[in-house]
Write a protein that binds this ligand. Sequence first.
Ligand SMILES: Cc1cc2nc3c(=O)[nH]c(=O)nc-3n(C[C@H](O)[C@H](O)[C@H](O)COP(=O)(O)OP(=O)(O)OC[C@H]3O[C@@H](n4cnc5c(N)ncnc54)[C@H](O)[C@@H]3O)c2cc1C
Length: 477
Amino acid sequence: MSLSSWRPLLAHRVRFCPAPVKNFSATDSPVPPESACYPESNPSGNCTDVQTNAFIGTWRSDQPGAMQAPNLEAFVFPNGTIEACYLNTTLGFPCEQGSVPPIGVDARTVEDIQAGVKFAVDHNLRLVIHNTGHDYLARSVARGSFMIWTHNMKNITASSTFVPEGAPENETYHVLTLDAGVQWHEAYDAAHADGRFILGGITPGGTHGLGVDNVVQFTIVTASGDHLTANSYLNSDLFWAVRGGGGGTYGVVTSVTYRTHENFPLTVTLLNCNLSSPAVKRDILTEYLKLWPGLSDEGWGAYVLMNTPTTLSLYVVSPHVSLADTNATLTPFLDFVRNAQEDAVIQMLPFDEFYSFYSAFFASPDPVEGLNLEIFGRMIPRETFDDRDKMVDVIMSLESVQLLQVAGGQVSQIDPDSAGVNPAWRKAIMLMNAGLTWESGLTGDEYKAIQGKLKDGLALLESLVPGGGDYLNEVRF
Ligand SMILES: Cc1cc2nc3c(=O)[nH]c(=O)nc-3n(C[C@H](O)[C@H](O)[C@H](O)COP(=O)(O)OP(=O)(O)OC[C@H]3O[C@@H](n4cnc5c(N)ncnc54)[C@H](O)[C@@H]3O)c2cc1C
């Protein structure tokens, strides 16, 4: 077993019966994508394609049977036996279906989804909804379940005069309506084409609340098969619940209408350096954590990535702030870093709009995924910063950690009761995540050891924020 410690955040082809269902525009029988490479002597599919692309996030999201982290495609029995289909065919394990649902529908329309829900109800099947397979809690797969795959529902509509159903005619919004399979890169492109900004998964700073704070309407198929509109006027309880209630809990969302916003300038500061000794690491961290609450109040965003114990990468995003003003705010900290670590590389770049920043750093290359990965985290409220030394102690004891300034600012100005999202978001000014990656082919005991290490790490975060909350989408426990 090769454990890569607190790494950041990434037989035969299985056969089963096709779905005995009518009315679907397309049926689909998902398999772990790696199954194309089995049997090794005579691969059943295009194994070269799988081997070439298995670590590319967008390719994985195109495969109905893939999770972004392949360990979530596996199934671990209570006795520790692991059923999986490994990319590495030389490990000597058979290829098995694991947690990948053996049957499903490649939904293209609302009617496909309604038929899928009805089919699952009629046959008493566990139903899972699968989009990109990013869910670290693995809620988008389940052993022996029936899958509704929404990935190919790609319609996007822009409007500058959108009136939510049931609202007064003069209540208009500038919006993008995204069908269930639209991915953020597609939404960013569409907003840009419309000359607007949409709040997606990449922090632009805490200027516009959370994603769910920007939703004005959902359409959703419920367990009864009804296709409902949910907004502040119609089915408002459902509208409240779906904005944070957990993937798949209340129905299959068929579209989401998000407010879009005027573009705004921002400045991005990048810092990369080694952390040549624990003392240097402690000093730099302490100094940055002193700055953090103030930056959060100003609506700044940041990603601090310590992917190994001895390196640090930092992005700070200052929305609506010029290069000169960003420089003035950060110079004392940056000078401190330069003095502590001479090899620090620092850049400060102004952008006229979010899309330019996104294009420069995130649009390509495709994100690296396909790593076995489990993570844990906690949202860190402001009062935790009162004991900064304890925070630094905890961070120092995790070999790799991400500190994400994705809340605070406008997020904390919004009434916690306005949406079903975990209220801990409204108090948080940091999301702290850590995790583990490992190579495939573990024994049950080796996997148990990883789980134990993850739980030990989580206990450290719990000691920092007793009773605290977490971002449900980036958590394993
Ligand atoms: C490597 C990585 C990086 C990430 N980075 C970020 C980030 O920078 N910012 C951020 O905000 N988040 C981030 N996330 C979290 C990610 O946005 C969430 O996990 C999100 O829920 C993924 O949604 P999905 O539909 O694409 O994934 P899926 O795994 O397909 O679905 C996630 C959950 O939503 C349910 N679901 C999917 N579609 C529907 C639907 N139409 N109706 C009802 N339920 C549905 C699924 O059943 C599942 O429970 C990251 C995740 C990973 C793995």
